[in-house]
Ligand binder design. Structure first.
Ligand code: PGA
Length: 266
């Protein structure tokens, strides 16, 4: 059985260490009151500047730390980038890669993302690979093509064994609550049917490119406008193994109910 996983992607929404510490403390204290927390994995991805402080705040807690990005080189003259060693020093367990905001706003392509996937896996951290189609691509019937292409290129030369440290986040771009990504289209969460179909398509890629066991074991989170009101129906779908949450991960009032729902599903 796949263990559910809930991640909070804070993006650039919490901009000071002080605020990050307050929210992380509140979340981790609220999580202490939950039973059966060992049934799921939970992490938050704050801004880089807060990681080191949160390492101490969350030391030994069930709430783990993730980073929003990494660069594939160990060190050197790479202005504005962050190394895996820096993330390890900050106590990071998870690294988001290929988020739509990276792909679409900062022009990262799947080959570039692949180099970072390898860096994360070589370092024994967990790679949370984000994939997803735009509204336009969906309208043109390209859901399978786009997601399979992103998987094929982003996971190039990743071995079966390494896949144990890979988690997929299927995040249809049109569902992400971000007006920069979706200037012209209505932003809404995927319906149960859309999410169900897409997750099956994503899981099927692993069957075709690896085998049925790996396809059954790989965890696929859903992301895009998930909140405390819709999480129960989305997390209830068999092929959805958790959620990557943006806006609704920024307070305990919004995030804890999603964690509770995930515990109930497992
Ligand atoms: P959202 O973001 O929950 O605010 O839509 C999800 C994400 O981008 O990971």
């Amino acid at each position: 059985m796949r263990k559910l996983i809930i991640g909070g992607n804070w993006k650039m929404q919490v901009t000071t260490v002080e605020k990050s510490v307050i929210i992380a403390r509140e979340l981790s204290q609220a999580m202490e009151d939950l039973s059966a927390l060992d049934k799921i994995d939970v992490f938050i991805c704050p801004s880089f500047n807060s990681l080191y402080s949160l390492k101490n705040v969350l030391n030994g807690k069930e709430l783990k730390l993730g980073a929003q990005n990494v660069y594939s080189k160990n060190d050197g003259a790479f202005t504005g980038e962050i190394s895996i060693e820096s993330l390890i020093e900050c106590g990071v367990d998870y690294v988001l890669l290929g988020h739509s905001e990276r792909r679409r706003i900062f022009n990262e392509n799947s080959d570039f993302i692949n180099s970072k996937v390898h860096k994360v896996l070589d370092s024994d951290l967990k790679a949370v690979l984000c994939i997803g189609e735009t509204a336009e691509e969906r309208k043109r019937g390209l859901v399978k093509e786009v997601n399979w292409d992103q998987l094929t290129k982003s996971l190039m030369n990743v071995s079966r064994q390494e896949l144990e440290n890979v988690i997929i986040a299927y995040e249809p771009v049109w569902a992400i609550n971000n007006k920069y990504l979706n200037p012209d289209s209505e932003i809404r969460p995927a319906t149960e049917q859309e999410a169900n179909e897409s997750h099956k398509i994503v899981r099927h890629w692993f069957e075709e490119n690896f085998n049925a066991t790996i396809a059954q074991n790989i965890r696929i989170m859903y992301g895009g406008s998930m909140n405390k009101d819709n999480c129960s129906s989305l997390l209830g779908i068999q092929d959805i193994d958790g959620g990557l949450i943006g806006g609704a991960s920024l307070s305990k009032e919004k995030f804890i109910p999603i964690i509770k729902n995930a515990i109930m599903k497992n």
